[in-house]
Design a protein around this ligand. Structure first.
Ligand code: 5GP
Length: 192
């Protein structure tokens, strides 16, 4: 998606350790008009899927997921990160290693909000090694719901998450795929 690539070129900061910082429009300050265009694009890409729910993971997926949901007219559920399972009632859970914080979280969703009738679109801000998305897939599978697709804002194409998910047969749509980025020069190359 040209608009997102332009914005990453303009405002993205390439950090050491394979991290792209996009705090100016996605991860801290949020550009809702851009999110709205992203929602429109996901709706086009998943138009033929019977999606009735969006699932994301706190915190940075929530903002995008909410704006995307306006285009699908469906509710958003976000998986909560916790270190002790202390939510009321029963939950589905999985373990996710955070790429940016380098620690393992239990991730939970209440059984009230996912069921075998659900057809779920997973939305997240970044895809790197795929830990977050795999944790969400595990939760969806435990609930008996169906994964209809995965929508990502920014995929880092050299990390294994994207290839692994596509090889497994999931419809994975990333609006910008970074092929490479150089912390020394700040240069960012996109895959088309
Ligand atoms: P994964 O679980 O695929 O390894 O990493 C994806 C998760 O880590 C996303 O939910 C995102 O919050 C975070 N993440 C991974 N790489 C980056 C990055 O380069 N920049 C930012 N801002 N977040 C990232």
């Amino acid at each position: 998606m040209e608009l997102l690539e332009e914005r990453i070129r303009k405002d993205g900061i390439v950090k050491e350790g394979n991290v792209l910082k996009v705090d100016n429009f996605l991860n801290h300050q949020m550009d809702i008009e851009l999110f709205d265009e992203m929602g429109k694009e996901f709706k086009r890409l998943f138009a033929d899927k019977p999606i009735n729910k969006i699932l994301t993971i706190e915190a940075s997926g929530i903002g995008i997921a909410c704006v995307v949901a306006r285009h699908f007219h469906v509710p958003v559920v976000f998986a909560k990160k916790t270190q002790s399972i202390n939510i009321d009632g029963e939950v589905y859970s999985s373990k996710v290693e955070s790429f940016t914080h380098k620690r393992v979280y239990d991730v939970i969703v209440s059984k009230k909000y996912l069921s075998p009738d659900d057809h779920v679109l997973i939305i997240d801000d970044f895809l790197a090694n795929g830990c977050a998305v795999n944790g969400l897939i595990e939760i969806i599978e435990k609930s008996g719901a169906t994964v209809e697709g995965i929508g990502i804002a920014v995929e880092k194409g050299w990390q294994i998450g994207g290839k692994t998910l596509r090889d497994q047969g999931y419809q994975l749509e990333s609006l910008a795929i970074v092929e490479s980025m150089d912390p020394a020069t700040g240069e960012i190359v996109f895959r088309h």
